[in-house]
Design a protein around this ligand. Structure first.
Ligand code: CP
Length: 317
């Protein structure tokens, strides 16, 4: 593997999931791979899980880690080619990526959608520019449109909880939120589910359709109760409107996920990438139930990151 931006960078998804699960038995089995090497983790946005699980994964592989909270601690980046930098931007992304590449053998970067310029977000302007100028392999720690390490951890978690003798029904349900949130987790989950052999349904209010680039052939059901019928896994996530880009479209019905809503499901397991707004997106009773997989998902973030970094190190040996 030379880069990790989306499911398309995985050659064999099922085999990769199994390899990640195998790492859990002896997390430091490949600690020799990263000896003497450095991974840089650059965050233009906040993080708890991605930051710490990727560091832990890197340490399991013997890598030294450098962390840069770029939004708070570094110079403000410029992204325009040929810009006359006499304004608020201090360092061109070209220079930052080049210099970081001298210190690191691999770089991970988190750069959320700004939700103000659809064209910039859809084209992954920030991520693509950073990758273009970096001289080492780049890993997405969540970009404007996708969150692949989360999705790989989600696939690992589903694999570990598959129902016996049955193709699972997986439902991605929109949830309420107090402010506009990027579509990256929903897009990414849809992309990885479409690459898996599951029955996959997406449910959301009208106006919250995700980019068909990622949802492709997934079934879209606007009635949440109907969508949840016989569900084995319910993945809960908010996202802002893609059509009315970055906006909160008013919703009449109550989309908070409660036990009542899950009555028609197949004793569904509940998933969320975290952080979660308790009792806004999912009720406490659901989150704290024995069917909740949210902490298992967070735990699996380490092994998702580890298998990806491992494959990049193996490629560069
Ligand atoms: N799920 C996830 O990416 O969590 P963080 O934003 O805390 O990294």
């Amino acid at each position: 593997m030379k880069r990790f931006f989306s499911v398309n960078d995985i050659t064999d998804l099922q085999a990769t999931i199994k390899e990640a699960i195998a790492l859990k038995k002896a997390p430091q089995q490949n600690i020799h791979l990263g000896k003497g090497k450095t991974i840089g983790l650059v965050f233009l946005n906040s993080s708890l899980r991605t930051r710490l699980s990727t560091q832990k994964a890197a340490h399991n592989l013997g890598l030294y880690t450098i962390l840069l909270n770029a939004a708070q601690e570094a110079w403000t980046w410029e992204y325009e080619d040929g810009a006359i930098m006499n304004g608020n931007t201090v360092e061109h992304v070209k220079d930052a990526a080049n210099v970081l590449s001298q210190y690191c053998d691999i770089i991970g970067i988190r750069c959320f959608a700004g939700l103000t310029n659809k064209e910039d977000d859809v084209s992954e302007k920030v991520y693509k520019l950073f990758e273009k100028y970096a001289k080492v392999p780049v890993i997405s720690l969540e970009s404007a449109t996708l969150h692949p390490l989360q999705s790989l951890a989600d696939c690992i978690t589903i694999e570990e909880n598959l129902p016996k003798d049955k193709k699972p029904k997986v439902v991605l349900t929109w949830a309420p939120h107090i402010k506009p949130i990027p579509q990256a987790v929903g897009n990414s989950f849809a992309q990885w589910m479409n690459a898996s052999d599951y029955e996959f349904v997406i449910t959301h209010p009208e106006g919250y359709e995700l980019d068909t680039e990622f949802t492709k052939e997934a079934t879209i059901e606007y009635n949440q109760e109907k969508a949840l019928e016989n569900a084995d896994f319910v993945y809960v996530k908010n996202w802002s409107s893609f059509k009315n880009y970055g906006k909160l479209v008013p919703v009449e019905e109550d989309w908070l996920l409660t036990n009542e809503k899950l009555k028609g499901s197949n004793n569904a397991k509940i998933m969320h990438c975290l952080p979660v707004r308790r009792n806004v997106e999912i009720s406490d009773e659901v989150l704290d139930s024995e069917n909740s997989l949210v902490y298992q998902q967070a735990y699996n973030r380490t092994f998702a990151a580890q298998i990806v970094i491992q494959k990049i190190l193996e490629n560069n040996e």
